[in-house]
Design a protein around this ligand. Structure first.
Ligand code: GLC
Length: 600
């Protein structure tokens, strides 16, 4: 810790009362706390859960909201010390909650781009679009090393290859935090630790692996980020060999803080401590004593403050631990320049005209191009001629909401073109390059070989986030996982029960076959948050492109389909051909396409 900052932290810490210290350890949701309560209870942070947006979700609404919270937090009086609030959001692929933001490809596509320089550039632009809204903290980047496509958060992972994730982690942190002056925001690496390795890919499930694999695969990407000075780490919902990470003092206090020397703020996930014990009172002591510093409390911040005050009074949580937590929170706030900044309404980037600008969108379009992976291209059908008579079909062809995926405007994402303001659908991109392209009905019924030389069929998944993206073969996997966890397993309604695309979305294969059976060659573009077993769809297509979740700039897909740019993307996840074995570490696992595959 910088000595100047250390002196400021210690000086402020000495002035703080117990209630002011405990207040700083609370992060709660904007819908359950007012600026007046932020002051009265000395709250350290406010957040937006996915899709929790002020006013009309315009940039100005966000600045006004943050200005009000900040002003209240800085109104010193006999009871309250001026310690600036810090607002946190999930800006995980651009400032994705806010209307008009540039939406970048989700991490799975960025992994296929295999371009660390691009990561830093994306992070820098994301920081500016976050600062434009008066926000100083994002819960990104995710450093998950996802090993099982059943997991609903696979798309938040750059790769199944830990080394690729590690190559990205410090660059993305550097892009977000910069020199921690007016251009930087606090980055959060998450989720500590082993979120991508749970059995059956169950979100919040149990990662049952050796410590050697946990360190070598899942912890490894955090080391470059810590060396790069990342200011916060978010604890993971998952368990490690039955023990909840949110109560794991070995993983948090010993490994992360003592062994790896992390000096910033450890924050819980959304009510993450609640699942460590039956009683909230006990859960709070478990979480604080495990080494968590700030607690993301979606609603019950008053009981949290009461219970922790009681623990402090009775010694079941030591003042030394509380002081360590507050020291780290203050360090994060000083280090990101929060004490030196003017109020949000008066900051350089607030309401800045560069929000969602064409330059930012061009960067996102470049990322889309680099993320595309060509898996099949019989007779070199691609690239298409721009004067070809192209029929475009498929449910994801003209749907910006679907191409953005989860954590876009709403937590679970959106459907249609009206909710994501700005950008282009894949169809709109094709239309701009190919004068003779026509939009079919989604199912391709009107395909006619007399009128159409080739078809582009855009298929795949519809948006989801977190556990609602899980694919579970049945409730037995939940029962088995739950039986191995000390604590409570919170499962959400899954996306489906099969890794086979034609089981999940039979409309896709039907559309491809309907058009192909009329003698029209098909270029299939798959929009999805993960690889799926898609043998029938691949076999029925003459060309097949994995587009992942490209975000708002669908134009980037057309740029490559019509040859303005070459395919360069390489799989950062292997592509399964069977539903079992399907984990990269399973004996006998034989993917249809291995990591690193991609035609050019
Ligand atoms: C969610 C996610 C986490 C996110 C947090 C705030 O449950 O697990 O990644 O940052 O809550 O939305």
């Amino acid at each position: 810790m910088d000595e100047t900052i250390r002196a400021k932290v210690e000086s402020l810490l000495q002035q703080m009362t117990l209630s002011q210290k405990i207040g700083q350890m609370v992060q709660t949701e904007r819908m359950v706390i007012t600026p007046a309560e932020v002051k009265a209870f000395h709250i350290g942070s406010v957040l937006s859960g996915g899709g929790s947006c002020p006013g009309d979700n315009q940039v100005a609404d966000w600045v006004d909201m943050n200005d009000a919270y900040w002003a209240a937090s800085m109104e010193a009086d006999d009871e309250h010390l001026a310690i600036p609030i810090i607002y946190g959001i999930d800006a995980i692929h651009g400032n994705n909650n806010v209307s008009g933001a540039t939406i970048f490809p989700h991490n799975i596509g960025l992994g296929a781009a295999n371009d660390p320089d691009l990561m830093e550039a994306i992070a820098r632009v994301t920081a500016r679009e976050v600062l434009a809204t008066g926000v100083d903290w994002t819960f990104a980047p995710t450093l998950a090393v996802a090993h099982d496509p059943h997991w609903g958060r696979t798309y938040e992972s750059y790769s199944q290859d830990s080394a690729l994730v590690a190559r990205y982690s410090s660059r993305f942190v550097q892009g977000l935090q910069g020199d921690l002056g007016q251009d930087g925001i606090v980055a959060t690496v998450k989720h500590w630790v082993g979120d991508g390795g749970t059995t059956h890919g169950i979100e919040q499930g149990d990662t049952r692996i050796s410590e050697g694999e946990l360190r070598g695969v899942h912890m490894a990407p955090y080391l470059p980020a810590i060396d790069a000075g990342v200011l916060s780490v978010m604890v993971s919902f998952n368990s490690w060999n039955g023990d909840k990470c949110h109560g794991h003092s070995y993983l948090i206090d010993y490994v992360l803080k003592q062994q790896l020397g992390f000096q910033g703020c450890v924050i819980s996930d959304w009510d993450g401590i609640d699942y460590t014990a039956d009683s909230y009172f006990d859960a709070i002591a478990i979480g604080v004593n495990a080494g968590i510093d700030m607690f993301m409390v979606s609603e019950h911040w008053r009981p949290f403050i009461e219970h922790l005050s009681c623990h402090a009074t009775h010694g079941t949580v030591s003042m030394q631990r509380i002081d360590d937590a507050v020291r780290r929170i203050l360090y994060m706030k000083f280090a990101c320049g929060l004490f030196d900044k003017p109020r949000p309404a008066e900051r350089y980037w607030s309401n800045h005209e560069s929000f969602g600008c064409q330059e930012h969108r061009d960067l996102a379009r470049e990322a889309v191009r680099k993320s595309l992976v060509l898996l099949k291209n019989e007779d070199q059908l691609l690239p298409l001629a721009k004067d070809a008579r192209v029929l475009v079909a498929g449910k994801n062809a003209d749907n910006i909401g679907h191409q953005c995926g989860g954590f876009t405007v709403a937590w679970q994402g959106t459907s249609g073109n009206e909710f994501v303001v700005g950008g282009t659908s894949i169809w709109q991109g094709i239309q701009s390059l190919a004068a003779n392209a026509v939009m079919s009905s989604a199912d391709g019924e009107d395909a006619d070989p007399a009128q159409h030389d080739v078809a582009i069929v855009v298929i795949g998944e519809t948006p989801y986030a977190e556990g609602m993206g899980d694919i579970r073969d049945g409730d037995d996997v939940i029962i088995q996982a739950g039986s191995q966890i000390n604590g409570k397993l919170k499962t959400l309604e899954p996306y489906g029960s099969s890794l086979v695309l034609e089981d999940l979305h039979p409309e896709d294969l039907a559309t491809i076959q309907r058009i192909r059976d009329k003698g029209i060659p098909v270029v299939t573009v798959m929009v999805s948050g993960r690889p799926l077993v898609a043998n029938s769809e691949i076999d029925a297509s003459q060309s097949f492109v994995a587009a992942w979740l490209p975000g708002s700039e669908g134009q980037g897909v057309a740029d490559v389909l019509f040859g303005d740019h070459a395919f360069s993307g390489k799989l950062s996840f292997s592509w399964p051909q069977t539903t079992s074995p399907v984990r990269v570490s399973d004996t006998g696992y034989e993917p249809r396409f291995p990591v690193g595959f991609g035609l050019e």
